[in-house]
Design a protein around this ligand. Sequence first.
Ligand code: NIG
Ligand code: FE
Length: 411
Amino acid sequence: MRTLITNIKELVQVETGRPKMRAMGKEMAHLETVKDAYLLVEDGKIKAFGPMSEWNGSADRVVDATGRMVFPSFCDSHTHLVYANSREHEFVDKIRGLSYEEIAKRGGGILNSAKATAAATEDELYDMAQQRLEEAMRLGTGAIEIKSGYGLTTESELKLLRVIRRLKENSSMTIKSNFLGAHGIPMEYRGHQEDYVDLVIKEMIPRVANEGLADFIDVFCDQGFFTVEDTTRILEAGIKHGLRPKIHANEMAVSGGVQVGVKYGAISVDHLEQMGDAEIECLKGSDTMPTILPGCAFFLNLPLSPARRMIEAGLPVAMASDYNPGTSPSCNMQLVLSMACIRYRLTPEEALNAVTLNTAYAMGVSHEVGTIAVGKKANFYITKPIPSYEYMPYSYGENKVERTFLNGVEV
Ligand code: NIG
Ligand code: FE
C-alpha cells in the first residue's frame, strides 16, 4: 500500500542525511524543511519525500494537503495516563494556599489516586486510558511512554501495567511502559519507608520482569518522597532484571536525583525544576536526556527549569506532558510546544526538536520515530491551513492538527 501526500506547503523536520538519535546544544536550533513538498508512505514507513517538482510515480491513495503543513507526530516521553480519578478538589486546595507537598503529607495527592485506582477494575482503567490515548492522538501525539505508579501494592501495580500492555496491543501508537512502584509512600509505611522499598525490590520488580510488563523502571527521587539511597537500591534491582532507569528528579529540591540517574545510565531524568551547576556538569557527556515537564511547572507554579542554560552548556533538552491527575492534567503536546517557547525561551526550531526527536530518544525510539526520515515509521500529522511553522507554538491553546497518520494509516 502506497499513500502519497501532495502539495504540502512545508514538510517540517525532515532528515536528509543519516538520522540523528538526539539533538544537543546548538544542533537543537537546526530544523530542516522542504517547501511545496510530497511525502510517500509505503507499508507503514516513510519511503520518500522531496519537492513536488521531483515527484513522478504512482500511489494507491493520494491526499492533497494544499495550504497545510506536515510535521512528525509528537513523542510524549513522560505520562501517567492510567489512573482512575481526577483531582480537582486538590486543585482548589492549592488555590487556597496548600502546597503539593502538604497535600501529599496528609495522604492526598498520589495516595488519593492510588485509593481510587485500587477500587477500579482493569477493564474500567483500560476504558478510561483508551479514551485519553485517543485524545492525545487527536492532538498530534504518535508515541507515548506510560507509567504505572498509582497502584503502590503489588497487585495494583501489576493491574496498571497490564492495562498498559493492552493499550500497546490494541493501539497504533508507539507505546513504552515504565514501572513506577516507587511513586509514593503508602501511609502504613510512613516512618519506615525502607520496608516499602524492600517490597518494590523483592516482590514487585521480579514479578514485573517475569511477566515482561515494563520497558523502564522509575523512582520519584525527591524531597518528601524517595531518597537517593532508596533510589540506588531500586535502580540496581531493576537493572538486574533488565529494566533501564528513567526517573523523576529535582522537582521539589536539589535531591541528588540527577546524579543517581546519570550514575545508573538512566535514559532520561525528568522534571529538573531545581538545577544547580553540578547537575548540569554531571549531565555533560552522559547518555541521559534531561527532560523538562512544562505542564507540571505551570500547574503547580514551580520555578522554571533552566532550559536555555542547559542548551548553552551543550546539552540536549526534551519536553513532555507529564499527563497525570495531580500535577499536569493535560496531554496536549501542542501546548507543551508553546510553553517551550513562551516560558523557557526556546526558539520554535529548538522547541520542535524538544517535543519530537529528543522525547523519542528519552523513550528509546528515536531510531523509528521523531523526524521525517526515510525508513522511519510514517507517524505524522497534517495541520489545518497555517501560515508558517512558527505559527504552531505561537497559536497556543488551539488545536492546529487536522489529520493524523500512524504507521501510514489515518486514525
Ligand atoms: O510527575 N512528581 C511525581 N509524580 C507526578 C505527579 C503525580 C501526582 O501528583 O499524581 C509528576 O508530577
Ligand atoms: Fe511524572
